[in-house]
Design a protein around this ligand. Structure first.
Ligand SMILES: C[S@@+](CC[C@H](N)C(=O)[O-])C[C@H]1O[C@@H](n2cnc3c(N)ncnc32)[C@H](O)[C@@H]1O
Length: 269
């Protein structure tokens, strides 16, 4: 599976859904509950996981502007089953180039998930300034925070984690990525812009029977480590084989740290 393939997004969605922080999500819902209709812009929507996670909890009349630069993912997002009062506008845009166009017009909420760790400090600055200039609330879910816990442990885990976190900081199309520091950087930015922020953990917690996703994540980390070039191929292959054996034996648990936050402008409804 490639970085943002529909198959990968489908595999991770149930775990994302379980991981989303309920207190943060409830703050979003409370903020919008008195609206008769809501206009939401979901940035980097993928196949529409935020639409599926939120829409059943929001006022009945909703319009979602779903933004992504992958037409295949956007088509799947548009096909999400939904009530008649929930309308969707699939909007193909490169957010690095055309962020401002994504935010045009009346918007009650900007949302995103699993995006902020991919973006650069300068793009985050641009995003936060554009959102704050329009006084829009912002919900960002599932930002990776660099914390990985394997059980049982392997002597090479720490070197792999360091390599993964180094790879996280490479350019993903928005300039050098913030990677594990993205959540803290974003929260600090919005607070500096006069927003009130509620945050909470949204870690992936994979149990021994969650074998497919564990194997997929391990393979992705092995590839990332190869690209960073800090371990030999034999070291990476040995680590991957040992970890996959533990998964196959039904003994592997894995925690991957994420953070969710909701930033609301102070003093507006
Ligand atoms: C990790 S996926 C998250 C997808 C979805 N938000 C979710 O949580 O399932 C990252 C998404 O960012 C989109 N993306 C990456 N770079 C982009 C860009 N420059 N402009 C628009 N979308 C982009 C990808 O196509 C992908 O859908």
């Amino acid at each position: 599976m490639s970085g943002f393939s529909a198959d990968w997004l489908a595999l991770r969605e149930p775990f994302d859904s379980r991981a989303r922080n309920a207190s943060v999500r409830d703050a979003v819902v409370t903020r919008l509950q008195s609206y008769t209709s809501v206009q939401i812009v979901d940035l980097a929507c993928g196949t529409g996981s935020t639409l599926r996670a939120l829409s059943g909890r929001l006022p009945a009349r909703q319009n979602w502007r779903l933004v992504d630069n992958d037409l295949g993912l956007l088509a799947r997002a548009s096909a999400t089953a939904r009530p008649r009062d929930v309308t969707v506008n699939a909007t193909p845009l490169d957010l690095n180039r055309d962020l401002e166009a994504a935010l045009d017009g009346p918007v009650d909420l900007v949302s995103t998930s699993a995006l902020l760790d991919l973006v650069s400090e300068s793009w985050l600055e641009r995003l936060s300034v554009e959102i704050a200039a329009r006084a829009i609330p912002f919900y960002a879910a599932l930002t990776y925070d660099g914390q990985i816990e394997f059980s049982p442990a392997d002597a090479t885990d720490a070197a792999i984690i360091a390599a993964v976190n180094s790879h996280q900081r490479t350019d993903k199309g928005f300039g050098p990525a913030l990677g594990p520091s993205a959540g803290t950087a974003a929260i600090t930015r919005f607070e500096a812009l006069g927003y009130s922020v509620i945050q909470g953990r949204s870690d992936w917690e994979f149990c021994p029977h969650d074998q497919d996703i564990q194997n997929e994540v391990l393979a992705g980390w092995a590839s990332a480590t190869r690209e960073v070039d800090s371990l030999t191929l034999a070291e990476i292959a040995g680590w991957l084989t040992r970890r996959r054996d533990i998964v196959a034996a039904g003994r592997s648990t894995l925690r991957v740290g994420h953070v969710d936050f909701f930033a609301a402008p102070i003093g507006t409804r």
